[in-house]
Design a protein around this ligand. Structure first.
Ligand code: ADP
Length: 248
């Protein structure tokens, strides 16, 4: 277990939309290197929480700290991204006409502002980083394949790879296994658990089998607050969690 204190800290965060409290005094701590799953019913505030962390939504009150020094409320979206917070939305958005390799190349260029002079600067270091990421996401053999003809799962892994090119400290991942086959889910579990330690990973996911397979700590959101937090066994046997989310 690689843990070195908090990397992300939300303190008493609230935000309302038209008088409705989507996030209501939320307190959340993510430790450096941990893999955290966030679950909760529709409308619990999961997406809004991710939007607050990435600077897309500004909370009405509270504070958000990253890496102990950075008050994210003083920063805009690009500044927060550059600090090392990467976000993967549910739908994969790869460059379909480009190869897997070129997608990773482009992801690197977008970070460093190298495009369009990238080819001249495709240094050994960049090539090595792409090779590393290809191995991490399991697409070494498919490096020359056009991204548009990859399977749904492979596109999701490629997009995670594109985020990894920028060496994020924290990865926010929204419903990674939606629409995946069992086999793709297993590989995604390996990928995400393999990233933890070197990165901190926050996963919002509805598939409880998948959550159980990857998470050490699960946070249950409900009405913009933390309803329960702990191991999958402890939260899934919590009567309040069963009542609002798992009961059916
Ligand atoms: P979850 O991701 O857990 O399903 P959301 O964060 O999307 O929950 O939504 C939390 C609540 O806030 C919902 O009731 C939703 O309708 C409301 N909400 C979210 N974003 C907005 C917005 N931009 N304007 C108005 N209401 C919003």
């Amino acid at each position: 277990d690689v843990r070195h204190g908090p990397i992300l800290y939300l303190e008493d965060v609230s935000v309302s939309f038209d008088g409705f409290k989507a996030i209501n005094n939320l307190n959340l701590t993510i430790d450096d290197g941990e893999l955290r799953c966030i679950i909760g019913p529709n409308g619990a505030g999961k997406t809004t929480m991710m939007d607050i962390i990435t600077g897309k939504t500004r909370p009405d009150t509270g504070s958000v700290w990253f890496g102990s020094r950075h008050n994210l409320l003083n920063m805009n979206e690009p500044e927060i991204a550059r600090l090392g917070i990467g976000r993967k939305f549910q739908k994969p958005t790869v460059f379909e006409a480009l190869s897997v390799f070129e997608n990773l190349e482009l992801a690197m260029a977008m970070d460093k502002g190298l495009w369009p002079t990238l080819r001249a600067r495709l240094t050994t270091e960049v090539r090595e980083r792409i090779d590393e990421v290809l191995a991490t996401i399991g697409l070494v053999e498919l490096r020359q394949r056009q991204a548009g003809i990859l399977s749904h799962g492979q596109k999701q892994w490629l997009e995670i790879g594109m985020l990894l090119m920028q060496r994020p400290r924290l990865l926010l991942v929204d419903e990674p296994v939606a629409g995946m086959t069992e086999q793709e889910m297993e590989r995604t579990a390996e990928l995400l658990t393999g990233l933890a330690g070197r990165h901190s990973v926050v996963v919002v996911e509805h598939d409880m089998g998948f959550v159980r397979s990857i998470a050490r700590t699960v946070t249950v959101l409900h009405q913009g607050q933390v309803l329960a937090e702990g191991s999958m066994d402890s939260v899934s046997s919590d009567p309040r969690v069963i009542d609002v989310y798992l009961g059916g």
